[in-house]
Design a protein around this ligand. Structure first.
Ligand SMILES: [Zn+2]
Length: 395
């Protein structure tokens, strides 16, 4: 299966490279020599990426990513964790690896160290739609810029997809993600199909124009992007009105703040003022939200919120708030902070009592593994986290 290559040989190359990089002193190189080092290391990187692509396809094909009790939910998630990559990048790499397995010319170019991971992705993505495009794109990659390759790959892909086909694929590609960046700003990445955009953007534009007009009246002059951001919030407020969506179901956000910080007006080191699952917010902004019907504020006043107990079937709102204050899935190494579900660690039927310590916040995936797939809770460790034990394993 390995074509005569042993894992120990690759490890030997890595150990050699490890020594070279450790001892490498770029500051003694002149600029031209430094450029040549960049070239050589780039070649090493391309070959390493090629090896990863070939092996990753097999990890995916054999289902081996699910072994080892790590609770990964896909090849990409396993890979992201092991390679220290963002999940999006790992998804792309896995997708490319499975496509390359059916593209011999791309695989040959990859093995010869001629393609970067990004070039391989562009070629595989288009050639999976139109195999006739493969040779042209591999050839193009050898002499054209990356931008030219990407544009041509997109053209070939679009031409290969019929209109109906394209619409179906676009529908699968739609999605929205949110994350907090290094500035503490909330980022949103939204992919809409063109017909969804046709319904959404005119409304957004209307609200953006309103924000523009308002800014002019107030003598403000900001970027159109800033008005568009304000417009999104104005849209949400316009829909919510008194805090209830049509149909009556409430929308909820949660802010956790120390009472001392709230009284003082700002946080000192070690104090909390955060939007749950999002990140720090200043106390003045939190106070403004106090009057907002859609935001719950949990004020910590020296009371250990974990002592709250309630003898009902489900965790009540205060308990949920206390659990949310722990911010993330309790499974060790998971780190998911959004959409947490409240899990009863000791089944209700046995205990007839719901205390905070018997509830564990889990992400949807880990909750699903436990409730539907026979995984069991391991003991909670000193770090407040626990492992999830696969079916058929000892505790
Ligand atoms: Zn989890």
């Amino acid at each position: 299966m390995t074509g005569g290559v042993a894992l120990s040989e690759v490890r030997g190359v890595r150990e050699l490279l490890h020594t070279l990089v450790r001892d490498f002193d770029a500051r003694v190189c002149d600029g031209d020599l430094a450029k040549r080092f960049v070239d050589e290391f780039s070649r090493v990187r391309r070959l390493a990426e090629a090896g990863i692509t070939l092996a990753l396809s097999q990890v995916d094909g054999t289902g081996a990513w699910a072994h080892g009790g790590e609770g990964a939910r896909s090849t990409a998630e396993w890979f992201a964790k092991h390679a220290g990559l963002p999940l999006g990048e790992a998804i792309r790499a896995t997708d490319t690896a499975t496509k390359v397995a059916a593209l011999p010319a791309t695989e040959a170019a990859l093995r010869s160290g001629r393609l970067s991971a990004q070039q391989t992705h562009q070629i595989a993505d288009a050639a999976a739609e139109d195999p006739a495009a493969e040779a042209e794109l591999v050839d193009l990659a050898a002499h054209a810029s990356f931008g030219q390759l990407r544009d041509q790959a997109r053209r070939r892909k679009a031409a290969a997809q019929g209109d109906a086909d394209r619409a179906a694929r676009q529908r699968q590609l739609r999605g929205a993600r949110h994350w907090t960046d290094d500035d503490g700003m909330r980022n949103h990445g939204i992919k809409l199909t063109p017909d969804q955009a046709a319904k959404f953007e005119p409304v957004w534009d209307r609200f953006t124009n309103d924000e523009f007009t308002k800014a002019r009246q107030e003598g403000r002059r900001e970027s159109n992007e800033a008005y568009a951001a304000d417009a999104l919030v104005a849209m949400a407020q316009a829909i919510l009105g008194d805090g209830h969506l049509r149909g009556g179901s409430p929308a909820h956000g949660l802010i956790l703040v120390d009472a001392t910080a709230l009284r003082r007006g700002h946080t000192n080191a070690g104090e909390t003022c955060e939007v749950a699952g999002i990140g720090p917010i200043d106390v003045a902004a939190a106070k403004e939200l106090l009057g907002d019907a859609i935001v719950d504020i949990l004020v910590k006043d020296g009371v250990d919120v974990r002592t709250v107990a309630h003898a009902g079937r489900s965790a009540n709102r205060r308990q949920k708030a206390a659990l949310l204050a722990e911010w993330e899935c309790e499974i060790r190494g998971c780190g998911v902070q959004r959409g947490l579900e409240v899990d009863h660690i000791d089944p209700w039927a046995d205990t007839h009592c719901t205390a905070i310590d018997s509830l564990g916040p889990k992400c949807r995936w880990h909750h699903h593994l436990k409730t539907a797939k026979g995984w069991r809770d391991g003991p909670r460790g000193d770090d407040g986290k626990r492992d999830l034990v696969p079916p058929g394993r000892g505790p």
